[in-house]
Design a protein around this ligand. Structure first.
Ligand code: DGY
Length: 321
């Protein structure tokens, strides 16, 4: 059988592209431009699979127009909210993701945001870069301790648990809300809350680790934010659309919230400009999985999924039924 043809929508790390070239006939994206729907459809002509990322909208209309040759969509991400999975299922197209391999890198960024937001690291770094640091002052650049504080984790999957592990080293008290309670071996003393309403008042810090679904979109809104203790700090490494920006910005402006550390946004990369004007935000550009080791592992994981599919073997990380 000839090597399957794969449309690869973005530039991938060299080791991943090397493996693609060895095992497949890939259409690589040398310029790394983000393809729009028209370009995607043009390039999908006659290919066997798509290897996509979080920057392409693989919606129902695009899936309906894909040629019959496309049998699989492998995303280079753990999240697959950008893909209309029911539409793919209806067309008999398999979809896979890359869970597990980016857990530690993402939990590291959540910890960095938690610390950065609590300690005003963005403001401090900007002062050095702008040469506006006047001197050390007893009341200058005052942040908040994280030691001994309560960390609420919304979504206690792999990444939530990896953040809890890191936060325990800072003597934080862990609380969480998850669809199902973890067994004691994985809970490790964290306090389970059966509802989000119960978790929020216990969260001096709240870190979001839920998937983006119709049920979770804007789950962080005026009502939920006001249920946090005064001065609470919120961290998001999951998806921007879990947060209502107007509500979060209003609570940051009013001072009800102490700070926010954000790595993901609505309408990326067009970040709501109001976040930039607030001194109590610490902002990163969707860096959760951005280490060479992790991006290689994500690429290899996506290729393992494709390899299994084309070898008629069980696909390790299938998200379609
Ligand atoms: C994911 O994998 O879903 C991240 O958001 C991108 O690494």
């Amino acid at each position: 059988m000839s090597r399957p043809k794969i449309l690869v929508t973005r530039k991938l790390p060299p080791a991943v592209e090397e493996r693609l070239q060895k095992d497949y006939q890939p259409d690589l994206n040398g310029t790394d431009e983000v393809y729009g729907q028209e370009e995607l459809l043009k390039r999908a002509n006659n290919v066997d699979a798509l290897l996509v990322t979080v920057t392409e909208q693989i919606d129902a209309s695009l899936i309906e127009q894909l040629p019959a040759s496309v049998k699989m969509i492998a995303t280079f991400s753990v999240g697959y909210d950008q893909i209309n999975v029911p539409a793919a299922t209806a067309r008999g197209i398999s979809v896979s993701n890359t869970p597990g391999v980016l857990t530690n890198a993402t939990a590291d960024i959540a910890m960095l945001l938690l610390l950065g937001a609590a300690r005003g690291a963005g403001t401090g770094e900007a002062a050095i870069r702008q040469d506006s640091w006047e001197n050390w002052a007893p009341t200058g650049y005052l942040g908040r301790d994280i030691t001994g504080k309560r960390l609420g984790i919304l979504g206690m999957g792999r990444i939530g648990q990896a953040l809890a592990k890191r936060a325990r080293a800072f003597d934080m008290e862990i609380h969480y809300h998850n669809r199902t309670r973890l067994d004691a071996d994985r809970e490790l003393g964290a306090q389970f809350h059966a509802t989000l309403e119960s978790l929020l008042p216990k969260s001096d810090f709240l870190s979001i680790h839920a998937a983006s679904t119709p049920e979770t979109r804007k789950i962080i809104n005026q009502e939920t934010l006001q249920a946090l203790p005064p001065g609470a700090i919120i961290v998001n490494t999951a998806r921007g659309d879990l947060v209502d920006d107007d509500a979060l910005i209003a609570e940051l402006q009013s001072g009800h919230l102490g700070a926010a550390g954000l790595d993901v946004y609505n309408n990326e990369p067009n970040v709501d400009p109001r976040y930039r004007t607030l001194s109590n935000t610490f902002l990163l550009p969707h860096l959760g999985s951005a280490t060479l080791e992790t991006r290689n592992a994500m690429g290899f994981c996506a290729l393992d999924n494709l390899d299994a599919f084309f070898a008629n073997k069980p696909v390790p990380n299938l998200v379609t039924p």
